[in-house]
Design a protein around this ligand. Structure first.
Ligand code: IPM
Ligand code: MN
Length: 360
């Protein structure tokens, strides 16, 4: 029997609650599809930091490298310095395991969830491939003369040709895989999003896209500046199939993407070093105000489990998660993807498990 070792970081706020429901879905699927899952729990997050002063030890990163994947609930605590825990845990994983791809599907499961007029599930179904270890996130910079009238802050965006090439190449593979899965004769399509008109050094992305793109003549290749991309995502989201972009732009446009698919409560992401390591998480934060209230919607975490299954090579299991979410939302058994669905976190988790079992 196949056997996976999964690290679990429940994290802060609603993180542990939504992660629990994600893991219930995972256990149910493991039983159906005949594999075993061993969970290894990690306590890192704001609460742990306040109690122990520990962020993330090097030894944990070494352990995560040996696991099949890591599953994360949410990170961020209102009583801890801004971003400290997020940088330690989320960026710690991304940089520590060189998870250079951040995969973020933008998929509308049911028309009534969409805030855009006259857009249906067929119009909103694309994937953003976000570069995940470079750009302005590389942490090069600092502050001089802090707190004085002469204060200066600098931050340098880092774009390496190696880092860009591997990201773009993976995005082409994603575009091809999506076209193959559609199996309707429509061609693979990849749009590169940058701001090379104003930020001239981003021309390295333009050239890399053209050169790597020459290896993929079967894939339609397109380009949009990030500002225009935001406009098209609202006006004509049906134009997009696969998008590849920089770290910061990917961060920004995927929050917009989450909104057009119904809200942060449904959006999931995979931080991946293809063929090696993966960390999967809902893209929403720790939502401190909902902590312990059993109202957070766990669908983002459950969708992240689906992405993790796909990464592990359990494609059938991943498809089960996706179709279950789609049918529960389309039928309005789960009426919304926010905290006001009228259903508790645990109820939604139980509905997902029941539906997975019933359709197996
Ligand atoms: C995300 C988050 C993170 C990011 C933060 C928490 C560091 O917003 O995963 O999108 O900016 O990448
Ligand atoms: Mn973000």
């Amino acid at each position: 029997m196949k056997h996976y070792q999964i690290g679990v970081i429940g994290g802060d706020g609603i993180g542990p609650e939504v992660a629990t429901e994600g893991l219930k879905a995972l256990e149910a699927i493991a039983e159906i599809d005949g594999f075993r899952v061993d969970l290894v729990d990690y306590p890192y997050g704001g609460e742990h930091y306040m109690q122990t002063g520990e962020l993330v030890p090097e030894s944990a990163i070494d352990e995560w490298r040996e696991l099949d994947a890591v599953f994360l609930g949410a990170i961020g605590h209102p009583d801890v310095e801004t971003g400290l825990i997020e940088r330690a845990v989320i960026l710690g994983l991304r940089f520590g395991l060189d998870l250079y791809i951040n995969l973020r599907p933008v998929k509308l499961y049911a028309e009534h969830l969409c805030p855009l007029k006259d857009k249906a599930p067929a119009d909103i179904d694309f994937t953003v491939v976000r570069e995940n270890t470079e750009g302005i996130y590389a942490q090069i910079g600092g502050i001089l003369k802090k707190g004085t009238p002469d204060e200066v802050a600098t931050v340098t965006g880092v774009f390496t040709r190696k880092g860009i090439d591997r990201t773009i190449r993976h995005a082409f593979e994603v575009a091809r895989a999506r076209a193959a899965a559609r199996n309707d004769g429509s061609p693979a399509r990849l749009t590169m999003v940058d701001k090379a008109n104003a930020i001239r050094p981003q021309d390295i992305w333009t050239r890399a896209f053209a050169e790597v793109g020459a290896e993929y003549p079967d894939v339609e290749q397109d380009h949009a500046y990030v500002d225009a991309c935001c406009m098209w995502m609202v006006k004509n989201p049906e134009w997009f199939d696969t998008i590849v972009t920089t770290n910061l732009f990917g961060d920004i446009i995927t929050d917009l993407g989450a909104m057009i698919q119904g809200g942060m409560g449904i959006a999931a992401s995979g931080n991946i070093h293809p063929g090696k390591h993966g960390m999967f998480e809902p893209i929403h934060g720790s939502a401190p105000k909902y902590t312990g209230k059993n109202v957070a919607n766990p669908l983002g975490a459950i969708a992240a489990v689906g992405m993790m299954l796909d990464f592990l090579g359990e494609a059938r299991a991943a498809a089960r998660v996706d179709s279950t979410i789609a049918s529960l939302l389309a039928s309005r058994q789960i009426p919304s993807v926010d905290a006001r669905s009228g259903l508790s976190t645990a109820q939604i988790g139980a509905m997902v498990v029941e539906s997975i079992r019933r359709d197996a």
